[in-house]
Design a protein around this ligand. Structure first.
Ligand code: NPQ
Ligand code: MG
Length: 366
């Protein structure tokens, strides 16, 4: 497949409400979209880097620079997604940037032969169960109202963002209010240290599905130590950047569940390798979220339909984050999202909406 050119487009998406995590508060999603043009088809993808390097070292301006300076020039004239992935591999890091480029190439390739991403990846479901991630709130009553609102919309699992000072009390309050049957989990975004093990063990009483990334990204060994001191299953997010990391973490006993985010691991091909490793070891999987627009969301929903995805993902509806999505909105149906069936990722940006939120666009010919 010949790559004629690539567009890098920045859009600013206001969030319906501020989203607060242990690393900061976001009010607008600053997104980099990639459009790969070939003679047969166009492919779309979304780079999940944040505007600041708070979740991981990547950030949007840096991802755009890595693409225009190193990654796009390294793509062969004729490339499918596998070849693109191989051409980008020599560059260290920049996984979110690589993922966006490889995914846009993959989308163009699949649209060209009218195959859906879900079918290509090996999806076995036509809809996926959805959870929702709830930010750190100003008060417990505000949190309880928010949880109630999402449960009314049909979400079938709740994830609470936690940090030191906002952990046991919100979890206890949600359990007391909504009962022991509610599928409930927490995400610390690396806010604790191993010295907090006795404190984190207090969460054991609440029968959580998992605790996500309690310790620092590079503390895989310490997560294994923590796993021996608490009964809540440990799920890794930030720590897992590749299938090799996943295999190492599983071998060490650092996690019994993995949050798969294709951007974090360098793309959907690597995400599928993690799926295969985890499934072979009986490790639970779910698809994470990075406040994606419909472009990134569509691809995540396809991935979440693979057989190894054993837990509901952060694959929420569009309106969880955006009043107006750039694609037709993803909507919950009985707590599920339908897996797109059209060619490639199966959705397209709505041109007028896309233009309204675009802050800059850059066309790179090859
Ligand atoms: C997580 N996401 O699982 C992430 C982290 C996260 C849905 O909880 C702007 C862009 C703000 C990306 C905040 C969810 C973000 C972001 C949090 C990603 O750890
Ligand atoms: Mg997380």
């Amino acid at each position: 497949m010949k790559i004629t050119g690539i567009e890098l487009r920045r859009i600013a998406m206001p969030l319906v409400a501020p989203f607060r995590t242990s690393f900061g508060t976001e009010t607008t999603r600053d997104v980099l979209l990639v459009r790969v043009v070939t003679p047969e088809a166009e492919g779309w993808a979304e780079c999940v880097a944040m505007s600041q390097p708070l979740y991981s070292p990547e950030y949007v301006d840096g991802a755009a620079e890595a693409m225009r300076r190193f990654l796009i020039p390294a793509l062969p004239d004729q490339a499918d997604a596998q070849a693109a992935g191989r051409a980008l591999a020599p560059f260290k890091g920049h996984r979110m940037a690589k993922a966006a480029l490889e995914t846009a190439v993959l989308d163009a390739q699949l649209r060209g032969r009218r195959e859906s991403l879900a079918a290509y990846l090996g999806a076995v479901a036509d809809r996926v169960p959805c959870g929702v991630s709830i930010g750190i709130m100003g008060s417990i009553p505000e949190l309880l109202d928010t949880v109630e609102g999402y449960l009314a919309q049909g979400y079938i699992r709740i994830k609470l963002k936690i940090q030191p000072g906002w952990d046991v009390a919100p979890v206890r309050a949600v359990r007391e209010r909504f009962g022991p049957e509610l599928p409930l989990q927490v995400d610390a975004n690396a806010a604790y240290t191993l010295a907090d093990a006795p404190h984190l063990a207090r969460l054991d009483a609440f029968d959580l599905l998992l605790i996500e990334q309690p310790l620092a990204d590079d503390d895989i060994v310490q997560h294994a130590a923590l796993a021996r001191r608490i009964t809540t299953p440990i799920c890794l997010d930030e720590s897992i950047e590749s299938a090799e990391h996943a295999a190492a973490a599983i071998t060490l006993g650092a996690c019994s569940i993995i949050n798969v985010k294709p951007g974090r691991v360098g793309g959907y091909l690597e995400a599928r390798r993690i799926h295969d490793v985890a499934r072979a070891h009986g490790v639970g999987l779910w698809c994470g979220g990075m406040l994606e627009t419909g472009i990134g969301r569509a691809a995540n929903v396809a991935l979440a339909a693979l057989p190894g995805f054993t837990l509901p993902g952060d694959t929420s509806a569009s309106r969880r984050y955006f009043a107006t999505d750039i694609t037709p909105p993803f909507e919950l149906n009985d707590g599920h999202l339908d897996v797109p069936t059209g060619p490639g990722i199966g959705v397209d940006p709505v041109p007028d909406i896309l233009d309204e939120v675009t802050t800059s666009a850059e066309w790179i010919t090859r």
